[in-house]
Design a binder for this molecule. Structure first.
Ligand code: ADP
Ligand code: MG
Length: 493
């Protein structure tokens, strides 16, 4: 079964093709990601209408590239006939439907994406229907104008090529990215766990979903941290999620982005801040006389000296000790802002690295502490990290180490999983894999068996109900993604 997946929820336009095989393995045939970072950078954040425009511009070239890389792009055998400018679409669909009728309907589907329509028409004329079985598309959560471009594009392709379209939740996609190829997560099955062993072990456990090689055991606690989301999710098994807590204001990535804007560092803030912090940290580590460790509380006055290191910058850890699993990052950002306001331009320049170190540490302290507490409370056997902020080296390292030391204390084995960095930030590969899991779980209960291609489209139509009745289509990207939960039998929750 081959799946074409489309992701346009924010500022990355991405299309991937994934081939899932009958033995449960899969091949990622392509995963093209085009980032709009440069376009949004001057604004210090994503501008929804600009994102919509860029998705319209980018989708067709990316589709072409993705199909090309997957070796699925073939010139059409049915050139335009001279009579009336009409031509046959394909052998199957040619009987009654002419191109003109199809084109008319495409115009309706892409009514609000005229620029995309203009590019799509010649493409559909020029190339054959590719050999794929299903189209998957992110239908939320995300920026509404951006999401609609992808959704309508998927609908248009599904309609023209007569393929089922499966809506996929973006946050679930981030979680499922943990099942994408991940060389750094090969974890041996036995205690005692030593870091060196963990890092070098070639063994893979086979447990969980349909034989996908995975080091993930359930229940799992998933920390999803990105530019738009910060959620702590209890995953009882594949497809079953419960949100334990989430941010009450800014997402973690958003806080990084806002701090970077405040410090005039550029966009997106996460990678820049972590780079600056890492530089200072390594300088401190290599220093013969490192500064005294920070003493808690308050914001001490600026002090000249050792590179302005963080003993003089102390930021709060919002909601660190609250009993719930919620987060808050706007307080952290505001505390940083108040501190920055007390500084002269020269002081700010000098202290910027120290602010980055402390801000990153404050965010990580809260994220890691709550994740570990949830893992203990719910008896997690795996901790999963994902989303754009999961690309942060210090967060990856800290959560990994803390998980393993928790394993030693608790005496039970707790695995840790994080996708490779390229699959942490938005990409369509994770959407394709989520769709593959859902599609296959339609047919399988308790094991994996051969999937007959002919069976797929009618059964998948069940998932399209969701499409029509889902909260997203009622307007508004603000909906509870739990609502589109699908269990292993693909019953809609
Ligand atoms: P979303 O799914 O919300 O659209 P992504 O998953 O693409 O977002 O994540 C983008 C976010 O990740 C941005 O806010 C960016 O600052 C943050 N990010 C990326 N790399 C890092 C990093 N190394 N450290 C911290 N944050 C990061
Ligand atoms: Mg993004």
């Amino acid at each position: 079964m081959r799946i074409l997946a489309i992701e346009t929820s924010c500022d990355e336009t991405s299309i991937a093709v994934l081939e899932s095989k009958n033995d449960g393995s899969f091949n990622l045939l392509s995963n093209i990601v085009s980032s709009q970072i440069k376009i949004h950078a001057p604004y210090g954040g994503v501008v929804p209408m600009l994102a919509k425009r860029e998705h319209q511009r980018n989708l067709l070239p990316i589709l072409k590239k993705s199909l090309q890389e997957s070796k699925l792009l073939k010139i059409s055998n049915f050139p335009a006939s001279p009579a009336g400018g009409q031509f046959l679409i394909s052998k199957q669909t040619s009987n009654s439907k002419t191109l003109n009728l199809k084109l008319k309907n495409l115009k309706t589907i892409l009514d609000r994406e005229p620029e995309l329509l203009k590019k799509l028409l010649p493409f559909l004329k020029k190339y054959q229907k590719p050999n794929i079985d299903l189209i998957a598309v992110t239908n939320g959560p995300g920026l509404e104008p951006a999401l609609w471009v992808g959704v309508n594009f998927a609908k248009a392709l599904g309609y023209f090529w007569n393929l089922p379209v499966m809506p996929i939740n973006h946050v679930e996609g981030h979680i499922i990215a943990n099942w994408l190829p991940q060389p750094e997560n090969k974890i041996p099955p036995t205690l005692p766990l030593k870091r060196e062993e963990l890092d070098s072990s070639p063994s893979f456990l086979k447990e969980g979903w349909g034989g996908f090689p995975s080091s993930v055991h359930f229940p799992a606690i998933c920390l999803v941290v990105s530019g738009g989301h910060t959620q702590l999710v209890l995953m009882k098994k594949l497809g079953q999620y419960k949100i334990l807590g989430e941010t009450r204001d800014d997402a973690a990535g958003e806080a990084f982005d806002k701090l970077a804007k405040m410090l005039n560092l550029g966009y997106p803030g996460g990678p820049i801040i972590s780079q600056i912090a890492a530089k200072l940290e390594s300088k401190i580590r290599n220093s013969k006389s490192p500064p005294a460790p920070p003493k808690g509380g308050g914001l001490p006055p600026f002090r000249e000296g050792w590179g302005g290191f963080s003993p003089i910058v102390k930021l709060p850890r919002p909601m660190l000790n609250t009993k719930d699993y919620d987060f808050s990052f706007s307080g952290l950002k505001t505390a940083a802002l108040y501190f920055v306001k007390t500084l002269s331009p020269a002081q700010l320049k000098k202290l910027t690295p120290a602010i980055c170190v402390e801000f990153q540490q404050a965010a990580i302290d809260v994220l890691v502490s709550k994740t570990i507490r949830a893992a203990k409370e719910f008896g997690a056997r795996t901790i999963l990290l994902s989303g754009g902020v999961a690309a942060n080296d210090l967060l990856r390292e800290t959560l990994k180490r803390t998980t393993y030391s928790l394993s030693e204390v608790e005496g039970s084995k707790i695995n840790f999983s994080v996708p490779p960095k390229e699959f942490c930030t938005d990409n369509a590969a994770m959407i394709a894999l989520t769709a593959a899991m859902k599609a296959v779980s339609l047919f399988i209960k308790g094991g994996l068996r051969g999937i007959s291609k002919n069976e797929i489209p009618p059964r998948l139509l069940a998932s399209l109900k969701l499409w029509r009745s889902g909260p997203f289509t009622k307007g508004g990207a603000k909906y509870n993604w739990q609502k589109i939960r699908v269990d292993s039998n693909l019953r809609l929750a």
